[in-house]
Design a protein around this ligand. Structure first.
Ligand code: NAP
Ligand code: ZN
Length: 347
């Protein structure tokens, strides 16, 4: 066992605070690594605060971690001590279902093993996530990281990055595509960067006027303030694809009117209450509403390699552990440019 220091929530009501625990010994296919940086995803906040239902406590959140390999099991072939390594939203899956075999582990028919707020597949112990300074992972569930990119700025790629990259690939976005990204937060800003890098025309739909210059710097050609009444009227049947990363409940009807014929609104943000959609908004233009969940292992590695080639990273505010609770409040207030990342040497 390895003594590990982190931060945990003890209940949905209180703040997160220091928490010490033990990580398991390495199995033959495991890699042990020092966590250098972990991003704060809005999903962490939803789960800590039980916005999606009952959670498991104590909870050490964190599923965007990057670090440096410190030890390897006897059968490990892809990593050696000193290598850069990343881990995301899942730490295992059944490995044998049709989706796992296709590299779509995020859609494992048995349910993937969550990095936190779940139980480890073999031991049935509570899984503790990346708000900590040491981690153990089977090598086939870890990612190799480009050598040319800043470590802190890479952490958010492993959830925020892949979560936007995957639908852009699935809906075949490229030159000539007209894409809108709703919500310019941790996920949304990665969507703008990726869609622009793939050659699409990108528009940001945001309720924060102050983000316009940043949106354009990330690659958007247009910025629409959705706080303005009737913002959608000039954009009827305009976008091929809207990626909705908004973490809160919004009225989807104006967004649907801006979808072109055969356009798709892809739900990515996960507010706690259901949405309502009128059938007429879909029927007029054969529009679709779909969803997309992170990405599988091969596609996540592809995304990281793409970032290395294109020099794409997340915009981050690096914080120490004692700032986590304030960072949560600022994330909820849409006041983060554009991802908080914890320096894990401060646990
Ligand atoms: P985030 O950094 O907090 O960004 C969310 C953005 O939504 C904000 O920056 C803001 O953008 C907009 N927003 C927030 N509250 C709003 C409100 N009341 N009205 C209108 N717009 C509002 O969060 P994130 O980490 O990017 O995560 C976004 C969502 O995706 C969360 O629900 C998270 O759980 C979910 N998620 C899903 C997946 C998946 O696989 N599908 C993976 C990771 C996360 P503007 O200021 O530009 O308006
Ligand atoms: Zn996440």
């Amino acid at each position: 066992m390895t003594s590990t220091k982190g931060f945990a929530a003890q209940s949905a009501k209180g703040d997160l605070g220091p928490y010490a625990f033990e990580r398991r010994e390495l199995r033959s296919d495991d890699v042990g690594f020092r966590i250098d940086f972990t991003g704060i995803c809005h999903t962490d906040i939803h789960q800590v605060r039980e916005e999606w239902g009952a959670s498991i406590f104590p909870m050490v959140p964190g599923h965007e971690m990057v670090g440096t390999v410190t030890s390897i099991g006897d059968d490990v072939t892809r990593f050696k001590s000193g290598d850069r390594i990343g881990v995301g939203v899942f730490i295992d899956s059944c490995r044998i279902c049709v989706n796992c075999l296709k590299g779509l582990q995020q859609y494992c028919l048995d349910g993937y093993t969550d990095t936190y707020n779940g139980y480890e597949r073999n031991t049935k112990q509570i899984a503790f996530g990346g708000y900590s300074n040491y981690f153990v992972i089977p090598e086939s569930y870890a990612y190799t990281l480009p050598k040319n990119l800043d470590m802190a700025a890479m952490a958010p790629l492993i959830c925020a990055g892949i979560t936007l990259y995957s639908p852009l690939k699935n809906w075949k976005v490229g030159p000539g595509s007209n894409v809108a990204v709703a919500g310019l937060g941790g996920l949304g800003h990665m969507g703008v960067k990726f869609a622009a890098a793939l050659g699409a025309t990108v528009t940001v739909l945001s309720h924060s006027d102050s983000k316009e210059n940043d949106a354009k710097a990330f690659g958007a050609t247009e910025f629409i303030n959705t706080q303005k009444a009737d913002w959608h009227l000039g954009y009827r049947k305009n976008f091929d694809l809207i990626l909705n990363t908004v973490s809160a409940q919004i009225d989807l009807e104006p967004y649907l009117t801006t979808l072109a014929t055969d356009g798709s609104l892809v739900m990515i943000g996960i507010p706690s209450a259901p949405y309502s959609i009128s059938p007429g908004s879909l029927i007029d233009g054969r529009r679709s509403v779909a969803g997309s969940l992170i990405g599988g292992i091969p596609e996540t590695q592809e995304m990281l390699n793409f970032c290395g080639v294109k020099n794409i990273v997340s915009e981050v505010e690096v914080i120490s552990a004692d700032y986590i609770n304030e960072a949560y409040e600022r994330t909820i207030a849409s006041d983060v440019r554009y991802r908080f990342v914890i320096d894990c040497s401060t646990f």
